[in-house]
Design a protein around this ligand. Structure first.
Ligand code: AMP
Ligand code: TRP
Length: 351
């Protein structure tokens, strides 16, 4: 196995809609910090193959890919410092996935929380016949809409990581189970065939979990756009959304256990302004929600002003985005193809 000078780090985001401030604070901003720390050889990719597992409009996919690439760059990811690439331009991902499929137990995949949450519960129906005893058969009615890609999603993710011998993978807790499977598959492959893969570790940085603006009991999520603040929202939209954001009873700008809505707003404010929550509370003591929301709108507008302008410019230059993705994907392919060749040889494939 090759020796790496500095640990390699890989992560990806699906191009499946506009990025909201939860994606930004909970993922992208962290990618930029990790790149700037300089302690890792970073690869960041647009996970377009993964994004096919949910309903999508093929007419919009290209736009979504460009939009996420522009988000990466506008947020500060830099192709001179990190390899930025498009998953589907590196065919080794799909190829290794197939090979890993053959050592992945179906049982492990059917236990994945994300698969179950997305509606893919493989329910077994017990049917008893006196002659044959109990038969467990999948309930077809429950599964008619579930595609195999959703089931196999974690194996593609394992391929994404193992191809690059990544030691660390920055992901949210929701992806831990997938990373554990990646480790299991690496171990199993190495034991069964040859020492080819590195077992990756998740990299958890304490990151805020951003809640919906209209319902602080729910995570901000693209599946509920009404509660989202998007990173490329125009100032008028930001103002409207913050004005409308739900608050708790009372009028004091002070967080607390029984103040889920305010805690969320304070956390966003604090993360974007660089001030601690305590400092923000002191700043607004004796002032009401209206003042706080006005200031919060300004903080958000200002924070993302540069981002918005840079992104708008990039979206007008698809050739620049294409070039960055093509060059990054060529670099990634070199690494990936080398690892894929090792894995094929270990499995006895090829001539
Ligand atoms: P998703 O769009 O759910 O695939 O998420 C992409 C990335 O953003 C993942 O790393 C998530 O952990 C992160 N993320 C998504 N929603 C939130 C949220 N509301 N708060 C914090 N991080 C989030
Ligand atoms: N599943 C990840 C998410 O939803 C995205 C992803 C795909 C990923 N492949 C990956 C993250 C490889 C890290 C490494 O957030």
């Amino acid at each position: 196995m090759e020796k790496l000078r500095i640990p390699r780090l890989v992560s990806g985001i699906q191009p499946s809609g506009r990025l909201h401030i939860g994606n930004y604070l909970g993922a992208l901003k962290n990618f930029v910090n990790l790149q700037e720390e300089g302690g890792y050889d970073c690869l960041f990719f647009v996970a377009d193959l993964h994004s096919l597992t949910e309903d999508f409009d093929p007419q919009k996919k290209r736009e979504q890919i460009f939009s996420l690439t522009a988000d990466f760059l506008a947020a500060g990811l830099d192709p001179k410092k990190s390899t930025i690439f498009l998953q589907s331009l590196v065919p080794a991902h799909s190829e290794l996935m197939w090979m890993l499929n053959t050592i992945t137990p179906m049982g492990e995949l059917s236990r994945m929380t994300q698969f179950k949450d997305k509606g893919g519960v493989l329910r077994m129906v017990s049917t008893y016949t006196a002659k044959e005893g109990t038969l467990n058969i999948p309930d077809e009615r429950q599964n008619s809409e579930t595609n195999v890609g959703l089931f196999d999603y974690p194996v593609l993710m394992a391929a994404d990581i193992l191809l690059y011998s990544a030691g660390v993978v920055p992901v949210g807790n929701d992806q831990d189970q997938h990373l554990e499977l990646t480790r299991t598959l690496a171990r199993k492959f190495n034991r069964k065939f040859d020492e080819v893969f590195v077992e990756p570790k998740p990299l958890h940085t304490p990151l805020p979990r951003v809640m919906s603006l209209d319902d602080p009991s729910k995570k901000m999520s693209k599946s509920r756009p009404e509660g989202c603040l998007f990173v490329d929202d125009e100032p008028e939209a930001i103002e409207k959304k913050i004005k409308r954001a739900v608050t708790d009873s009372g009028s004091e700008v002070k967080g607390g256990q029984d103040k889920p809505a305010l805690n969320n707003l304070l956390s966003i404010y604090s993360n974007l302004s660089g001030k601690s929550i305590k400092e923000v509370e002191v700043e607004f003591s004796g002032r009401g929600y209206a003042d706080f929301k006005k200031s919060m709108t300004e903080v958000i507008c200002e924070y993302f002003e540069n981002f918005r302008n840079t992104k708008a410019k990039l979206m007008n230059k698809p050739s620049t985005l294409t070039k960055i993705l093509e060059e990054g994907s060529a670099k990634a392919s070199k690494l990936a193809n080398k690892k894929l060749a090792e894995a094929k040889s270990a499995m006895g494939l090829g001539l």
